[in-house]
Design a protein around this ligand. Structure first.
Ligand SMILES: [Zn+2]
Length: 220
């Protein structure tokens, strides 16, 4: 209901840990893993896809929304169940999947920053994730916030893996680095409102070409 930055959540669905999904321990205790069913299922489908293509690692999820939505400490949005923080797939220096207790920051070279220099940004799995998120036909992704440097790495990986041009184009449109937070340590994923809930659920620009149906009037 409402906007991602001024809204609440009705009928929120809890994202559960599974064979392919984990909650990052730093964020597990607060129980803020409630989202719309579209978003929760999208994350589950994306995790499943990555596991099929590149087995051996789980998707790392941080906070989504509180059970009834509303303000979450440390976030501007995350109020209406349509935003999820997703940790990067990462490996150790020998390429083995690594599950951290918290998010880890990565620079343009894909090496962990600060105390995480032994970690590597998992280009292959992170690209599979982004490619699946933007190509999903049911939940339509509006934003993936991530640093410009990591966006460039991901698009390069997508081209290297010969991803379809439409997927590369969508990924390039959806990924961006917001001004207030560079997102060097996680993806922030936002989906558009479920078309059946529009009216109560409010979308704002940008309206990409894959927006389902007709975009609402600006500012209405
Ligand atoms: Zn976020």
């Amino acid at each position: 209901m409402g906007f991602p930055w001024r809204g609440r959540l009705e009928h929120g669905v809890a994202l559960r840990e599974s064979r392919t999904v984990r909650i990052v321990p730093e964020y597990a205790g607060r129980g803020h893993q409630f989202g719309t069913w579209q978003l929760v299922q999208l994350l589950e489908r994306a995790a499943e896809r990555v596991e099929q293509r590149l087995p051996g690692a789980r998707l790392s999820v941080g906070e989504i929304s509180a059970e009834a939505g509303g303000h979450l400490d440390g976030h501007r949005s995350h109020q209406s169940g349509r935003d999820a923080d997703v940790g990067f797939y990462m490996t150790d220096a020998r390429g083995r999947p690594y599950e951290g207790i918290a998010f880890a920051e990565f620079g343009a070279d894909g090496v962990g920053l600060g105390g995480n220099r032994m970690l590597r940004f998992d280009d292959a799995r992170n690209w599979e994730l982004v490619g699946k998120l933007v190509a999903d036909g049911d939940a339509r992704v509006q934003h993936i916030f991530v640093s410009n440097a990591l966006e460039r790495r991901l698009l390069r990986e997508g081209r290297r893996r010969r991803a379809p041009q439409t997927v590369l184009d969508r990924a390039a449109r959806v990924m961006s680095q917001p001004g207030h937070h560079p997102h060097r340590n996680h993806f922030h994923v936002r989906v558009y409102c479920n078309p059946a809930e529009r009216g109560a659920c409010r979308d704002r620009a940008p309206f990409h070409s894959w927006y389902p149906g007709r975009p609402p009037h600006q500012g209405s």
